[in-house]
Design a protein around this ligand. Structure first.
Ligand SMILES: Cc1cc2nc3c(=O)[nH]c(=O)nc-3n(C[C@H](O)[C@H](O)[C@H](O)COP(=O)(O)OP(=O)(O)OC[C@H]3O[C@@H](n4cnc5c(N)ncnc54)[C@H](O)[C@@H]3O)c2cc1C
Length: 431
């Protein structure tokens, strides 16, 4: 698998952390093996646009193989890592043993149902392409059922969309669904009045976007209100059923509940048996290594680190990318024997945060600057187009957005039917 005498670096996960680590190792004298259970690198910040039929899956994902095609020291395998033997310095990937000298774990996060795994069947989360297309199919199918439903109460339940979790994903999705129902599809239906669709965003805390400044929370709330999204703050979900959701003591009939309420590290992290910090993330040392194992690094959403400035590295793409690049620099210095070239402890550089609230609306925080509205939306647009991986994706996304903006249309409104016993087709739990 590796050339004799060459250092073997294995990277598990090719999301933001893994990809940026792999790319930054391009010029090292090491063999880099990248393992991912998906064959694509996914730009998760735009997943909600796939779920709300604005973009197609291929617009926001790129085959890992294609991205690393010209990097001669990198090899890619499609496999799921299920076990890690720290003592033997090996792992199990789809049943095969893989040995490493250095291991970089960047498996990201999965949805956290806080002990209610059964809710998942009725309230899917949105972590990968499969889940986003499942949500898209469920949304679109609800409109279809509303078109033929005779009973008014049942039709209202079809046209009630509940999103649990008022972080950036929940806020963005709520705005996008409301716009789909009100601006994009009304003229396509004859009997269902999709403009009457209710979009309800439920947040247990007392404000939206808790990771941002309170000004941004208020701005996002006002913008959602303008759009007609109903926001329930301080309301905890206590039950999720096929017929709806119970929150704050009231039952909301809905055939479409979406989970955006929290994350926990990918299950493979449990194989480390390591000490964890808040949210179950692995508590890593100042250089992102696993305590007691200087040859193992955990980065991105799976890692918990309070950096040298006392700042907790947030579970966002910048955190993962910066950790990926940092670990690559550290490894490059170690491999070349230049201890002096090794970077000091990891420091997170906060480049700001933003969330969009539908067409022409967003909130942005950069440095001490906080703003909303059209300028914020344009900044959001520019950042997302420029940070997408691959020219084709950038061009496709830009073209789709212009098309949607000018014509109030969405180009990816396909219902993908689940194939019983099929080969990896999204499984739609509503059927
Ligand atoms: C819907 C959504 C919206 C978001 N919006 C924003 C945003 O606007 N701005 C922002 O900064 N951040 C956003 N984030 C967060 C950001 O995407 C994450 O912080 C970032 O992706 C973390 O990078 P990572 O490398 O740790 O993990 P990921 O990017 O999640 O990559 C993990 C990779 O590991 C692979 N993997 C997992 N387990 C295994 C295994 N056992 N074997 C093999 N491969 C495995 C996965 O297939 C995946 O490719 C969003 C996330 C989501 C889900």
């Amino acid at each position: 698998m590796s050339s004799p005498g060459r250092v073997r670096i294995v990277i598990v996960g090719c999301g933001f952390g893994g990809l940026f680590a792999a790319k930054a190792l391009r010029d090292t004298a090491a063999d880099v093996l990248v393992i991912d259970r998906n064959n694509y690198h996914l730009f998760q910040p735009l997943l909600y646009q796939v779920a709300s039929a604005a973009l197609a899956p291929a617009d926001i994902a790129q085959p890992v193989r294609a991205i690393l095609r010209t990097q001669r020291n990198a090899r890619v395998i499609l496999a799921e890592v299920t076990g890690i033997d720290l003592a033997a310095r090996s792992l199990t990937a789809s049943g095969q043993r893989v040995d490493y000298d250095y291991l970089v774990l960047a498996p990201g996060a999965v949805d956290n149902y806080f002990g209610h795994a059964d809710w998942r069947a009725f309230a899917p989360g949105m972590k990968d392409i499969e889940e986003a297309t499942l949500i898209r199919s469920r949304l679109l199918r609800s409109f279809e059922r509303a078109e033929i439903e005779e009973d008014a109460a049942a039709r209202a339940a079809e046209l009630t969309f509940v999103i649990v979790g008022g972080g950036p994903t929940g806020v963005e999705l709520a705005g996008a669904i409301k716009e789909l129902a009100v601006d994009v599809i009304p003229r396509d239906f004859r009997r269902a009045d999709t403009r009457r669709a209710r979009v309800i965003l439920i947040e247990a805390g007392d404000r939206l976007l808790p990771s941002m400044h309170a000004d941004s929370s208020l701005r996002a709330l006002a913008q959602l209100d303008e759009l007609g999204v109903e926001v329930l703050l301080g309301s905890r979900v206590t039950r999720v059923l096929a017929a709806g959701v119970e929150a704050g003591g009231a039952f909301i009939p809905s055939r479409n509940v979406i989970w955006a309420a929290g994350v926990r590290p990918a299950p493979v992290i449990a194989a480390l048996g390591a000490a964890t910090g808040p949210g179950g993330r692995v508590a890593v040392s100042a250089d992102c290594s696993l305590p007691g194992h200087p040859e193992v690094f955990v980065i991105g959403d799976a890692a918990y680190l309070v950096d040298a400035r006392g700042q907790t590295v947030p579970g966002v793409s910048q955190g993962a990318m910066q950790m990926g690049r940092y670990v690559a620099r550290l490894l490059a210095a170690r491999i070349s024997g230049r201890a002096a070239g090794a970077p000091a402890a990891f420091r997170y550089r906060d480049l700001g945060s933003m969330a969009t609230v539908g067409r022409s609306r967003a909130v942005v925080e950069i440095g001490g600057l906080r703003f909303g509205g059209l300028m914020a939306w344009l900044a959001w647009l520019a950042l997302h187009v420029t940070t997408l991986i691959g020219f084709r994706n950038r061009a496709a996304v830009f073209a789709s957005w212009i098309y949607s903006y000018v014509f109030f249309r969405r180009g990816s409104r396909l219902i993908v039917r689940p194939r019983p016993g099929g080969d990896g087709q999204p499984h739609d739990h509503t059927d």
